[in-house]
Design a protein around this ligand. Structure first.
Ligand code: TRP
Length: 450
């Protein structure tokens, strides 16, 4: 299966491969979703479950996705088919396209907010707003037709980068922007820690109250771990198919997981000290970050500049993530349906626009339409992260654990026999039993069976 010399695109450098992978992983999931999920689910208790799932389940699944993708050097469909041609192996491909509709839907709405906040800060209108006004600002921004407009604008940017292709578009943007974002986050973190009463926020995040661990906390943490690492819908399979043979799989997986977690924790350390310092509530849900941040910026000297820069970088971080979601779909339509890159990009855009419309309208015209008591926006967010992604991860784990030939798996984990990988038996055991069982337990637990 190791067709090293075909003419598919490859990331040009090792750094580029890591930057693109981290670029996919780091995004709104870390800076917007992690604080809101942690806030809703009790802070410390959530963080403990999140980190446990990350290392017990998600890092092995990430290695498995990498192995699957680089082994076949193909899209999600091709990668699963390379392991076994049976019909059931098409399921993950379809699941992936469904997940991309759901994720692109709510994600581009939130990314649209970051664009609008960036513009509003640049024109000075976010400056000196208080908590109450911050709330007003948010409501105004997310109702009516405005979110639809910004969502579509964001998707236009996404399409533009996708047209540029893998190395020119994706790799170059990630190389420059990810390091800048990281430094800026650290600066904001220091600022938040210096606020009065900031320690209440720190202990909210770091002092777990184990009595708070409920089935919904477990499912939320599992979903967040998958979402944050871009796992479970074949994005990492697709990106690994662009790795060259020198990229170190296991090390790249560890680096990605560590950096991604660090960014999430830093985001938590920006948000929660501020939440407690300003006397706000940590369990506001999806709007948390968008109400807290302007309040933080308002008390900084030169707040408008900080705010503009921050939302600009957040917008770019979102873009490197949505590009990876869309790339999964684009590579599928290019390779399996033999479309040109251009047409495939338009199909992926169409899927994203459909999802984006439903989700952005759920703040306006469709705000009364609820399914299981959730608007489209909330439903897409919940179903993709808490159901589709863990399910996709389970399928990947079982496929690589049970069906992939050991020889090929070893070839990937040793980066084509350039070094040894001593834990292969343990790794296979984890993929065969531990990951699937853990995911199943969390599922059963959450629907109240166990
Ligand atoms: N991980 C990204 C974030 O944290 C979002 C993302 C990109 C994603 N690609 C994905 C989530 C694939 C699930 C699946 O913002």
């Amino acid at each position: 299966m190791n067709k090293v010399t075909n003419d598919r695109a490859q990331f040009a450098t090792k750094f580029g491969a890591i930057a693109a992978t981290v670029g996919s992983a780091v995004g709104l999931g870390n800076i917007w979703r992690f604080p809101y999920e942690a806030g809703v689910h009790g802070g410390g208790a959530f963080l403990v479950c999140y980190i446990a799932f990350l290392f017990i389940i998600c890092v092995p699944v990430l290695c498995a996705e990498f192995a699957l993708g680089r082994n076949a050097r193909s899209n999600v469909f091709g990668s699963y088919q390379a392991v076994s041609p049976r019909k059931g192996m098409r399921l993950p491909g379809y699941l992936s396209i469904a997940a991309s509709l759901l994720i692109m839907g709510f994600y581009s709405v939130v990314a649209g907010w970051t664009m609008e906040y960036c513009l509003t800060s640049a024109t000075g209108n976010l400056e000196s707003i208080t908590t109450a006004a911050g709330h007003g600002e948010f409501v105004e921004m997310t109702t009516g037709w405005r979110p639809v407009l910004w969502t579509m604008l964001f998707l236009a940017c996404n399409t533009f980068i996708l047209m540029g292709g893998v190395t020119k578009g994706i790799e170059r943007a990630s190389n420059i922007m990810m390091p800048i974002l990281f430094v800026l986050l650290l600066a904001f973190c220091v600022n938040s820690l210096l606020l009065p009463n900031s320690m209440a926020g720190v202990s909210f995040l770091f002092k777990p109250d184990f009595s708070q661990i409920t089935p919904s906390v477990l499912l939320g943490a599992l979903g967040q771990a998958f979402f944050s690492l871009s796992l479970g819908m074949g994005t990492m399979i697709t990106y690994a198919s662009y790795f060259n043979s020198k990229t170190k799989l296991v090390r790249t997986a560890m680096t990605t997981a560590l950096l991604d977690t660090m960014v999430a924790i830093i985001a938590g350390l920006i948000i929660f000290p501020a939440v407690f310092s300003f006397g706000m509530s940590p369990s506001e849900g999806p709007k948390l970050v968008f109400e807290v941040l302007p309040t933080i910026f308002a008390q900084l000297p030169g707040g408008a500049i900080w705010s503009t820069l921050f939302f600009l970088l957040l917008f770019i971080a979102s873009l490197t993530s949505t590009v990876s979601v869309s790339e999964t779909t684009v590579s599928f339509f290019c390779e399996e349906k033999k479309m040109s890159r251009k047409s495939a990009t338009w199909v992926a855009t169409g899927i994203a626009v459909a999802g984006g419309l439903l989700c952005s309208l759920s703040f306006g015209a469709l705000s009364d339409v609820t399914i299981f008591g959730k608007t489209f926006f909330d439903l897409f967010d919940y179903v993709s992260s808490n159901i589709c992604l863990p399910l996709g991860g389970m399928i990947c784990s079982l496929t690589v654990g049970w069906l992939m030939k050991k020889r090929y798996l070893e070839e990937q984990l040793t980066d084509y026999h350039t070094h040894r990988f001593r834990f292969i038996q343990v790794f296979v055991f984890i993929l065969r039993w531990v990951c699937p069982a853990a995911i199943l337990l969390v599922f059963l637990n959450s629907i109240g069976i166990m």
